[in-house]
Design a binder for this molecule. Sequence first.
Ligand code: 0CJ
Ligand code: F3S
Length: 322
Amino acid sequence: MSSTEKKVLLAAPRGYCAGVDRAVETVEKALENYGAPVYVRKEIVHNRFVVDSLRERGAIFVEEADEVPEGAHLVFSAHGISPAVRDQAKSLNLQTLDATCPLVTKVHNEAKRFDRDGYHILLVGHEGHEEVEGTSGEAPEVTHLVDGLEGVDQLPDYLADEKLVWLSQTTLSVDETMQIVVKLKERFPHLQDPPSDDICYATQNRQVAVKAIAPESDLFLVVGSQNSSNSKRMVEVALQYGAKASYLVDFATQIEESWLDGVETIGLSSGASVPEILVRDVLEFLAERGFTAVDEVTTASEKITFALPRELRPARTVKQAL
Ligand code: 0CJ
Ligand code: F3S
C-alpha cells in the first residue's frame, strides 16, 4: 500500500444515541397516531436536517407552550424541561409527550434529591443551553451554574459547613469537566461528587473514538449542527488530541475544497443528534476527491435503547386464560 494513500478513518460509535433515537421516533409516532400538526417545544434534537425533515412531515416547532392551540399535542425535546414548563403546558390543557432523554431525567432526579437534602448544587454546563435551563429549574434557589473554568471564580464563597455537590450537563467535554471539578475542589475542598456520571455514555464514547483517531488525522470532520453541544465538543477534542485541523459541518456541501489541500488522512465522526445518511453523504463527497479507502475504528459497541413515552407504546395484548 502506498504511504500516500488518501484515506478516511471513520469513528465508531458515532451518530444517533439511544435518547435521540427515542426523541425523533416520538415525533414520528405522534404524527402517525394523531396526524399533523404535532407541536414540538424547541428543537427536538439540535440537528438542522432532523428538524427540517420533521417540519416537512407536519411538526410545528415553537419556542414556548403558550404558542400552541388549546388541546393540541406538544412534544418536549430530548434536552428536558423545567417543572415550570410542564406546569404551563398543563394549565393550557395541552396533551404532552415527554421526549426528555432518560439520562437527563436522571440528572433532574439527582438535583431534586440534593435540594431536598439541603445541598447547594454547582451545575457544570453551558449558559443558555436548554438542558441546563431544565435541570436548574428543578432547584432554582440552590443551583449555581459553572460555565467553563472561569465560572469557578464567579461563584460566591460557600462555608465549609454548607453542603455542596456538583452535577453536570450530559454533553460536555469529559476532560474539560474534570479540570473544572479539580478547580472547584481547590476552592471548596468539601465539594461532593455526583452519585454517578452525568456526562452520558454516548457523549463519552464519541469522545473516546475521536481521541483514538485524531492523532493520525490531517483533518478531522465532525458532522453536526452549530447548536449541538456534544458535536462541538468533538471538534475541540479532535484538536486537543492532535488533529491538524477540525471542522463541524451540517452537510457535505459545507466542506471547503481548500480544507483537503495536502491532506492524506481524514478523521470522520458525527454527533449524537446526527442521522447516518449525512455521514454517508460526506463519505461520497470525499470518495469523489480520491478518499476511497475507509477504515472504521471502533472503540466501543453500544446496545442501549430506551422505550418510547408510555402514551406511544403499543397496547399490550392480554392473553386470555384458557
Ligand atoms: O442533551 C441531550 C439530551 C443531548 C441530545 C442529543 O444531542 P443534541 O445535539 O440534540 O444536543 P446537545 O446540544 O445537548 O449536544
Ligand atoms: Fe441522552 Fe446522552 Fe443522547 S443524554 S439524548 S444519550 S447524548
